[in-house]
Design a protein around this ligand. Structure first.
Ligand code: HEM
Length: 471
């Protein structure tokens, strides 16, 4: 019993001491070499400023955490969050530089708790030439041509199928998640919604929860549950991969991501990890953006009215056909403004973590080799110097913006989101069918929070009513 109590205590003590020794060593080495790291404060030993960050992000307005530090130290500053001293960038140019120098000066860096959940062969963890090859293979299954020729018809059909069952009070976030999961499964495995896919989704939700809990394997029930669910997901996907290999040997070839992976040199373990990471990356992000677009529109009736006009116009032109085609998608300029503005304001991926591979000079400072770096997309998107009235939902701003270089919701450089076009198309198709088929009102007050992820507290309950067909 005593040893059980003593071990965590001695672990904490030795962690504390080693952190102090490491920091002292780094500070003196930096001082000796006359290097100036970005200014800032690192808060308390071990926990740093983590609690300040978490409590800010649990509110509707987390910006003061960044604003006060930017005002005090500038747009690139040092803090200490989630157990590590971290250089925080709220500067658009610096963020671009960090992202574009992936693999040269910086490399992506995830804690082992996340690596265990996505799998060691995930795209998120790959590096070097293997990463470049698999990133471009993923892109080749989510680019405009493949969406136009192949995926759009499924996106349109699956969105309509889901919306057809809506009546009365729904939790929009849950419905959107169901839609995006089904879309991704179709895209990567050619599987249509069924009991198997719904069961897989439930397991997936447990895996996703594991990303956002405090990952102490033996103490966190959520994390343990996530690891077990990950095992079941892996087993289920392995079975699908095996069956498809057999079909393929018989000459049956499907046009999906799995077929493309069979054509590469990957073995089954690598394929399954890649599939898991694709489902992780596309599921929560797109569904949360769908939900928040509807929330922002509901709160901004003039934008909703203009969007309605755009979609009713498309509907009228199409006559009896309800299926959206590529040309319809391309004639939604205001919808693209709404999508951009939702991505800018909601920042589903608020920023990306990297690690410096060597000492890197940025502005008048040096980011020391080995330092953790957080390129905050959110801080740039909500920075008043980058966007006028940056914290207001104003889709019309996109009719005037000619240089969108401060806007990076999908990241940048070699790790730029390969699903960016797919997400845009899914969002536009979803908005089209929602707006032309339904009217809605919020069922209760709900508010946005940003920790552990960006979401609305109550999963955005709304009451929907089917509209008469647009004449
Ligand atoms: C609104 C929806 C989405 C947003 C905001 C988003 C955002 C991002 C961002 C910021 C990154 C860069 C991460 C980094 O640099 O470390 C990323 C990477 C990634 N995204 Fe998305 N994403 C979305 C939808 C999707 C979809 C639908 C897919 C499915 C194909 C997808 C697949 C991926 C993958 C596989 C990566 C990892 C790329 C790599 O490390 O090379 N995403 N996403």
């Amino acid at each position: 019993m005593i040893t059980i109590i003593l071990s965590p205590l001695s672990l904490i003590l030795s962690l504390f001491l080693s952190t102090i020794i490491f920091l002292l060593f780094r500070t003196t080495t930096a001082a000796r070499r006359n290097l100036r790291p970005p200014p800032g404060t690192t808060g308390f030993p071990l926990i740093g400023e983590t609690f300040q960050l978490i409590s800010a992000y649990k509110t509707e307005n987390p910006e003061p955490f960044i604003d006060t530090r930017v005002a005090r130290y500038g747009t690139v500053f040092t803090t200490h969050v989630f157990g590590e001293r971290t250089v925080f960038s709220a500067d658009a140019k610096t963020n671009r530089f960090i992202l574009q120098n992936e693999g040269r000066l910086f490399e992506s860096s995830y804690p082992s708790s996340i690596a265990n959940l996505v799998g060691k062969h995930s795209l998120l963890l790959m590096r070097g030439s293997l990463h470049r090859r698999m990133h471009s293979l993923t892109m080749s299954f989510a680019n405009s041509t493949i969406i136009k020729d192949h995926l759009l018809v499924d996106i349109d059909r699956l969105v309509r199928l889901n919306l057809d069952s809506w009546t009365g009070r729904i939790l929009l976030m849950e419905e959107a998640k169901k839609i995006t999961f089904e879309l991704t499964l179709k895209q990567i495995l050619s599987i249509d919604p069924c009991e198997w896919s719904e069961n897989l989704r439930k397991e997936y939700m447990l895996v996703i929860e594991g990303f956002f809990c405090i990952p102490i394997p033996f103490f966190s029930l959520t994390y343990r549950r996530a690891i077990q669910a990950r095992k079941r997901v892996t087993e289920a996907l392995h079975l699908v991969v095996c069956e498809r290999r057999v079909e393929r040997e018989k000459g049956l070839k499907k046009n999906d991501m799995l077929a493309a992976l069979f054509d590469s040199d990957c073995d089954d373990d690598e394929i399954v990890d890649l599939l898991v990471s694709l489902l992780v990356a596309g599921y929560d992000t797109t569904s949360t953006t769908m939900t928040l677009a509807v929330k922002f529109l509901t709160d901004t009736p003039s934008a909703l009215a203009q969007l309605k006009e755009e979609h009713e116009e498309i509907r009228k032109k199409k006559g009896a056909s309800v299926t959206l085609e590529w040309d319809d998608y391309k004639s939604m300029p205001f919808t693209q403004c709404v999508v951009n503005e939702t991505l800018r304001l909601s920042n589903i991926i608020s920023g990306v973590f990297r690690r410096a591979m060597s000492d890197v000079k940025i502005k008048d400072f040096t980011i020391l080799k080995g330092s953790k770096v957080f390129a905050s997309l959110r801080a740039v998107h909500l920075g008043q110097d980058n966007f006028a009235d940056a914290r207001v939902f104003d889709p019309w701003r996109w009719q005037k913006i000619s240089d969108p270089s401060n806007f990076m919701p999908f990241g940048g450089g070699p790790r730029r989101c390969p699903g960016h076009e797919l997400a845009r198309v899914a969002l536009s198709v979803f908005l089209h069918h929602l707006i032309t088929c339904f009217s809605w009102i919020p069922a209760e007050e709900d508010k946005l929070v940003f920790f552990p992820t960006t979401r609305t507290q109550k999963r955005y309950p709304i009451i929907v009513q089917k509209r008469d067909v647009v004449e």
